[in-house]
Ligand binder design. Structure first.
Ligand code: MSP
Length: 511
């Protein structure tokens, strides 16, 4: 069978418009999807994103706007789609948890689990946090304050359905231990393992009485309950790509997922609940759950409830899609927290994009134009012998695809920054080579053959760089290919004109 790649983002809550944190996950997933499409072929990659539309949070947000939850979500979903389009997010499918295909799969999964005896009914008494939709134990609840959001919590007693997490705890520990790449990065894997080893899992309450909350998927075997939003939402990863057959076997061209990228705040759900749900349903495990860090503003996580969000559309408007994508992927190692600042973005823009990349492309094309009337010299650089610096550039061109790919694996924690650095190494080598070779002297001295070879080498660098940048910076890379990809070059204006610090608006060229 041909190798395939199925990648997913979390489903975003539609109680507010998307901010930088949300865009981060989608940009990372998009980069990997584009990368894999180039490698495996378009038809072997599936990139899923979507929206999480049930539960208390959404109901409250809808109430506040005097809309039905369905009308409310119908209004918000286009905002997400519009942002993804502006950021060049090339998803193959967008699932909404309010769609019939999803609801049917959830109902079917519940029926199967009930028949297997993994779902049972019991009385629940507990401390409940409405905004977090989480129950807390007596110890966790402490003085009736939510340990997560620090808001007051309430004590509730009710009849509910439970899913037997506890039964699978031993299995999950063994599974994680046997599969080092299942949860990445390592710090998150260790966190989950020590949580599992130090605590006894309590069974998960997966229903909500309709009288408390009616905005959710109906329970197939109870008219009084709806499904807990997390239990519903996690199932999107299968409901979007397949179906249970009449024997209850899940069938899909894409499953198991190769990669679930999530933020570290939703690790427990993805690394504990989800694998156990799959195991209980007899469905194979995803290959990797990767939890990235948070974008912070100063000391705090950027979040709608804290009111400290930066609007990605504004950043794209000011700096262009690709500078924004580049900054997020390059500035902070994937998996770690990062501080968002426009100053840092502008610095990266000026040094890496204007001085390094933009300069290399512009000067290479300018020289081709000046010395060869825009016709790329027809020389096989891999046959011709260059000086030491030229030879190492040739070698770097050859090894670049592997150098870039090497970091885009679970074992390397999808280190986008390190991948980009490899490309920037070649850019730096080529810029240095221009300064050392002084092509203007070659021209003056009439060393035409040397000059031709030199220019061809530069054009090959530009082409290699643009090819590797396609998944990361699709607009810029396409613009470079457009300008330098053919025998006759078509020089445009500089790709990244330097920005004044602070906050000046750049000219919008091909970005
Ligand atoms: N609906 C759930 C996920 C269900 S997945 C089956 C949810 N939604 S969310 O909209 O609140 O968050 C979605 C993702 O955005 C999470 O992965 C979360 O970590 C990420 N981010 C939210 N704020 C973030 C930052 N400030 N920085 C980076 N990512 C953050 O949770």
């Amino acid at each position: 069978m041909e190798e395939k790649f199925y990648i997913t983002t979390p489903l975003y809550y539609v109680n507010s418009s998307p901010h930088i944190g949300h865009s981060y996950t989608n940009i990372a997933c998009d980069t990997l999807a584009r990368f894999k499409r180039a490698k495996l072929g378009k038809t072997n990659v599936w990139f899923l994103t979507g929206t999480d539309e049930h539960g208390q949070k959404i109901k409250k947000a809808a109430d506040a706007k005097n809309l039905s939850p369905q009308d409310f979500t119908d209004e918000i979903v286009p905002l997400f789609k519009e942002l993804w389009q502006k950021l060049g997010i090339s998803y193959d499918d967008f699932i909404r948890t309010t769609e019939a295909r999803h609801k049917n799969t959830v109902a079917k999964a519940l029926t199967i689990l009930k028949e297997k005896g993994d779902i049972f009914m019991a009385q629940y008494e507990g401390w409940y946090c409405v905004p977090c939709e989480s129950f807390w134990t007596q110890t966790q609840a402490g003085s009736a304050i939510c340990p997560d959001c620090q808001r007051p919590i309430e004590k509730i007693t009710e009849s509910n359905y439970f899913f037997s997490l506890s039964k699978y705890q031993g299995w999950l520990i063994d599974y994680i231990e046997a599969h080092p790449d299942f949860i990445r990065p390592l710090i998150r894997r260790n966190e989950v393992l020590s949580f599992l080893k130090l605590n006894s899992l309590t069974d998960l309450c997966i229903s909500r009485p309709k009288e408390r909350l009616n905005w959710g998927i109906a329970f197939p075997f109870s008219s009084e309950h709806v499904v807990y939003v997390w239990f519903d939402a996690l199932l999107n990863y299968i409901s979007a790509v397949g179906e249970f057959n009449k024997d209850g076997v899940f069938q899909s061209r894409w499953w198991p997922a190769d990669l679930h990228i999530i933020g570290k705040d939703i690790l427990r759900q993805h690394a504990v609940y989800w694998p156990i749900m799959l195991k209980a349903l007899d469905i194979p495990m995803p290959s990797c759950v990767f939890a990235h860090g948070w974008w912070m503003l100063g000391e705090n996580k950027m979040s709608k409830s804290r009111g400290n969000v930066v609007n990605p559309l504004e950043m794209v408007e000011k700096y262009g899609i690709d500078a924004y994508r580049y900054f997020l992927l390059r500035d902070v190692p994937f998996g770690m927290d990062g501080n968002f600042s426009e100053d840092a973005l502008i610095k990266r823009f000026n040094s890496d994009l204007a001085n390094d990349l933009g300069n290399l492309v512009y000067r290479s094309l300018t020289m081709t134009e000046k010395y060869f009337a825009s016709v790329v010299p027809n020389i096989d650089i891999f046959v011709r012998k260059f000086d030491e610096a030229g030879e190492s550039i040739k070698n770097k061109i050859k090894s670049l695809p592997q150098d870039v790919e090497k970091f885009l694996t679970p074992a390397e924690d999808f280190n986008f920054g390190a991948s980009l650095e490899e490309t920037w190494k070649l850019i730096a080598m080529a810029n240095k080579y221009v300064e050392e070779t002084k092509p203007w002297n070659l021209s003056k001295e009439g060393k035409l053959e040397e000059l031709s070879a030199f220019i061809r080498l530069l054009i090959e660098v530009v082409r290699a760089v643009s090819k590797e940048l396609l998944p990361f910076m699709p607009v810029t890379a396409s613009a470079i290919i457009e300008q330098a990809g053919q025998d006759i070059i078509k020089k445009g204006s500089p790709l990244f004109p330097r920005l004044e610090i602070p906050g000046a608006t750049p000219k919008k060229n091909a970005r």
